[in-house]
Design a binder for this molecule. Structure first.
Ligand code: PMP
Length: 394
C-alpha cells in the first residue's frame, strides 16, 4: 500500500473528505510534493507556521536541544532551561501581572488548564463563552465551544456554561456573581475572523471586575503576531487575567500555555497540590523552538509589517464575486456567495498550487492566514491567482 492508501486505511482522520495531499518537504512559504508540485501556504497549517516552514532559527534551536536532552521528567519538576527561558520570553511580551506560565502541549490543553484554574481561584463554576467561539476539542474546551452542532453529540459536557453573542454589550448581563470566568477570543478565528470594538472589551473587563470573575483571552489563533501586534488584545488595551497561547508560538512544534499572575496560578498548582499535571507539557524541544520563535518575532519587525501586508491583500482582493475581506493583520477572511462556490474556488486554487481553506463556523469565507514572512511579491502573486480563479469558476 502506498502512503495515501495507508492514510485512508489506518489513520484516524479529522473529516470525511480530507485534502489527502502528501507533502515531501516544506520551506518558508512553500510546501512541496515529491513530484515537485509546490503549494504556496496561505493558511500556515491553521495559524501555526507564522515564521514560515523550517525557519532557520527554529531548526537551530531544535538541533541544539536534541543534542542535549529530550524528555527528562514530568513537567514542572526539573529546572529545564528551554522551559524557563520560554516563560521569560513570553512574560517579557506581557503586562507585568501576567508573570506565571504553565506550559502544556496544545490549545485545547491550554483551555482546559485555564478553566480549571478559574474554577479553583474563584471557587465558582459558571463559565461564559461566545457564540461561534472555538476553544478546542477536549471535553472541557468543547463545553465552551460556541457551536451547538459540535457539542450536541457529546453531551453531557461541563454544566453551567453559557453562551453570549460576540461583541454585543447587551449580553454581558449574564455575567454575575456566580460566574468563574468569561473565555473569549480577542479576534475570533473559526467564526470567520470576527472583531469586536474597544468599548465592548472595556465593558467586558468592567463587568468581570464588578462580579469578581476572571477574564480569559484565548489567543491560540490570533496571538503571537498574527494580527499585527504580538498579542491581539493590545489592539484594545484591555488586559486579561489569564491568557492562552499555542499554535504559532511553537514555530511548528507542539506546545501551548496558559498564563496568569503567580498568585492566581498558585491556586491550581499549590492548593490542592497536583491540581494540574502533564507528562509532556512544554516538551524541551518544543520549548526551545518556541523560545526561538518568540524571540525572533519580537525582534524581526515581521509583526509590524503584518498590518500593511494585510492591507495589501484587502486592496488587491477586489472582485464582483468577493463580498468582503475582513480581519486584522494577516488574519483575514474573504467572503464569497456560498459554501458551494467557495469550495470550487478552494479546490481550483489547490490544483494550481495555492493552499487555502474555510472556517469551522463560517463556510462562505476563505481563510487567508499566510506565514508572516510572506513578501509583497508573493501577496501579489497569490491575489492574482485568487482573482483569476474567481474569473474562471462559476
Ligand atoms: N483556541 C482557538 C482559538 C483555536 O483556534 C484552536 C484551534 N483551532 C484551539 C483553541 C485548539 O487548539 P488545538 O487544536 O491545539 O488543541
Amino acid at each position: 500500500m502506498n502512503n495515501r492508501q495507508l492514510f485512508s486505511q489506518h489513520l484516524g482522520q479529522t473529516s470525511e473528505f480530507p485534502l489527502s495531499i502528501e507533502i515531501d518537504h516544506a520551506q518558508g512559504l512553500y510546501m512541496y510534493e515529491s513530484g515537485g508540485k509546490s503549494y504556496m501556504d496561505l493558511i500556515s497549517g491553521i495559524g501555526v507556521s507564522s515564521v514560515g516552514h523550517r525557519h532557520p532559527v527554529v531548526i537551530a534551536a531544535i538541533q541544539e536541544q536534541t543534542d542535549k536532552y529530550l524528555h527528562l521528567m514530568v513537567y514542572g519538576e526539573f529546572v529545564e532551561a528551554p522551559q524557563v527561558q520560554l516563560a521569560k520570553s513570553l512574560v517579557d511580551t506581557l503586562p507585568s501581572h501576567l508573570n506565571n506560565v504553565f506550559l502544556v502541549n496544545s490549545g485545547s490543553e491550554a483551555t482546559e488548564g485555564a478553566l480549571k484554574l478559574a474554577k479553583r481561584y474563584t471557587g465558582k463554576t459558571k463559565i461564559v463563552s461566545c457564540s461561534n467561539a472555538y476553544h478546542g476539542s477536549t471535553s472541557g474546551a468543547l463545553s465552551v465551544c460556541g457551536d451547538e452542532s459540535l457539542k450536541q453529540p457529546f453531551r453531557p459536557l461541563l454544566p453551567e456554561t453559557y453562551r453570549v453573542r460576540f461583541g454585543k454589550q447587551a449580553d454581558l448581563e449574564i455575567i454575575d456573581k456566580d460566574t468563574a470566568a468569561v473565555i473569549i477570543e480577542p479576534v475570533q478565528g473559526e467564526a470567520g475572523v470576527r472583531l469586536a470594538d474597544q468599548a465592548y472589551f472595556e465593558a467586558l473587563r468592567k463587568k468581570c471586575d464588578e462580579v469578581g470573575c476572571l477574564l480569559i483571552y484565548d489567543e491560540v489563533q490570533c496571538g503571537v503576531g498574527r494580527t499585527g501586534k504580538f498579542w491581539a488584545f493590545e489592539h484594545y488595551g484591555v488586559e486579561p487575567d489569564i491568557l492562552l497561547t499555542a499554535k504559532g508560538v511553537g514555530g511548528g512544534m507542539p506546545i501551548g500555555a496558559f498564563i496568569s499572575s503567580k498568585d492566581i496560578m498558585h491556586k491550581l498548582t499549590h492548593d490542592p497540590i497536583l491540581g494540574h499535571i502533564s507528562t509532556f507539557g512544554g516538551h524541551p524541544v518544543s520549548a526551545a523552538a518556541a523560545n526561538a520563535t518568540v524571540r525572533f518575532l519580537s525582534s524581526s519587525g515581521l509583526i509590524d509589517q503584518a498590518e500593511a501586508k494585510g492591507q495589501l491583500f484587502k486592496s488587491l482582493l477586489v472582485h464582483p464575486k468577493i463580498k468582503e475581506v475582513r480581519g486584522k493583520g494577516l488574519m483575514l477572511a474573504m467572503e464569497l456567495e456560498s459554501f458551494d462556490y467557495l469550495k470550487k474556488v478552494i479546490d481550483h486554487l489547490i490544483e494550481i498550487g495555492y493552499l487555502t481553506d474555510w472556517f469551522l463556523f463560517c463556510d462562505n469565507s476563505m481563510r487567508i492566514a499566510p506565514p508572516l514572512i510572506i513578501e509583497e511579491a508573493d501577496i501579489r502573486k497569490a491575489c492574482q491567482a485568487i482573482l483569476e480563479t474567481l474569473d474562471q469558476i462559476d
